[in-house]
Design a protein around this ligand. Structure first.
Ligand code: PLP
Length: 381
């Protein structure tokens, strides 16, 4: 399929003039990131994790774009996400990370989706369901090698291995998940890689998957047959502390509703937390914590957040409100900023990771909260 054949996805988004904030998602950059990751694992398949609405960026347009680029395997968290995904990727394998639960069989059958089996109980329920329906849907078997979240304990997986070779459980993927992949020197990486290698030997012939985004950068031993990147597709740096090998994907901008002047000693916003130490000028922009800008970026005495206005970095002042944010533009030339101009909060040199770090969180959390109410623009669609 060529790009020209991919019809633009109709997107349910408020019209630009009717919202303050705009979230721009660069689908071409997401595709480029998927290709970059694919090239790093030349002997393996590169899947895409599109859970949580593709990390907040829009499940449908993102998945459609990646499927058109050649991505054949997708991971979501739950069945509702698989249901949204299926029409966009009719041919692809869809794995549901949160697994099989009683009563969910019909949905897996209906969608042709595959549960990630996270315990022997789930495996028994799944076996019973596929047996009853004489269906060979496929499922991933998740073995816990050190995360201690979901997955079969190693001893149970070992006990199961001979049966998987002889009985048809329909296991199409053996997987595990790294706990510390973004810290390359962490001893748990080597331990998990080694343990998973040993378990793979017991499940000969079943494709295996271990690496998330950062796992792809841990070297060949972590690559296995299939990698499962999420965050790196969306521009989050999978190698913290080193230059980001991924292209940036999102831009968050907001309209400036007013430019106002402040006398020396005037305070700004709820709680009057900021006091003008000189006659000042403020830009009031139409975006707030309800749009996903973390309120902790307000800071206390010193602002933690910045925006780019008229090409310059300008600090937030006072508390971030639900719908508004005030920015100090005193250092810009008089007349440089007008009502209706745009302020940039992510983009223009401010990365998702910069904002997340300033807010004391990670890019993952920031992305999944962004833009619920914003006008969305998908470029490169
Ligand atoms: C979310 C998730 C991923 C993707 O992780 P990233 O760090 O975003 O690349 C891969 N595997 C599992 C099991 C996950 O839950």
């Amino acid at each position: 399929m060529t790009l020209a054949e991919v019809a633009p996805e109709p997107i349910d988004t408020p019209a630009a003039p009717e919202t303050g904030g705009t979230l721009k998602v660069d689908l071409a950059a997401i595709e480029a990131n998927w290709r970059t990751l694919s090239r790093r694992i030349p002997a393996s398949e590169c899947a895409a994790v599109v859970k949580a609405n593709a990390y907040g960026l829009g499940l449908e347009p993102v998945a459609k774009r990646l499927a058109a680029a050649g991505c054949k395997t997708f991971f979501v968290a739950d069945i509702a996400e698989a249901r949204r995904l299926r029409p966009r990727v009719p041919e692809a394998a869809i794995y549901v990370l949160n697994g099989f639960s009683p009563g969910s069989g019909a949905a897996f059958l209906d969608l042709g989706a595959r549960p990630v089996i996270n315990s022997t109980t789930e495996l028994a329920e799944w076996d019973a369901f596929v047996g009853q329906h004489n269906w060979h849907g496929g499922a991933a078997l998740h073995v816990d090698t050190g995360m201690n979240r979901l997955g079969l304990p190693v001893d149970e997986a070992e006990a199961l291995a001979p049966r998987v070779q002889t009985e048809n459980h329909g296991i199409t993927l053996l997987m595990s998940h790294l706990a510390c992949a973004e810290i390359p020197g962490h001893p748990l990486n080597a331990a998990q890689i080694q343990l998973f290698k040993e378990i793979r030997l017991l499940f000969r012939g079943v494709p295996a998957s271990l690496a998330n985004s950062s796992g792809i950068f841990l070297g060949d031993a972590a690559h296995c047959d299939l990698a499962r990147p999420g965050a790196a597709l969306y521009g989050v740096n999978p190698t913290p502390g080193h230059p980001n090998p991924m292209q940036s994907v999102v831009e968050l901008t907001a309209r400036i509703l007013q430019v106002r002047t402040l006398d020396f000693g005037a305070t700004v916003g709820y709680g009057a937390t900021w006091t003008a130490k000189r006659p000042s000028r403020l830009a009031v922009a139409a975006v707030g914590y309800a749009d996903g800008l973390p309120r902790v970026l307000s800071g206390h005495d010193r602002p933690r957040g910045i925006a780019v206005i008229a090409g310059k970095l300008c600090p937030f002042v006072g508390r971030i409100s639900m719908d508004l944010i005030c920015i100090d533009i005193t250092d810009l030339p008089e007349g440089a900023v007008h009502r209706g101009d745009q302020a940039t909060f992510i983009g223009a040199g401010i990365s998702v990771d910069d904002v997340a770090t300033a807010a004391g969180t990670i890019g993952y959390e920031l992305l999944t909260h962004l833009g619920a109410r914003c006008h969305h623009i998908y470029s490169g669609a």
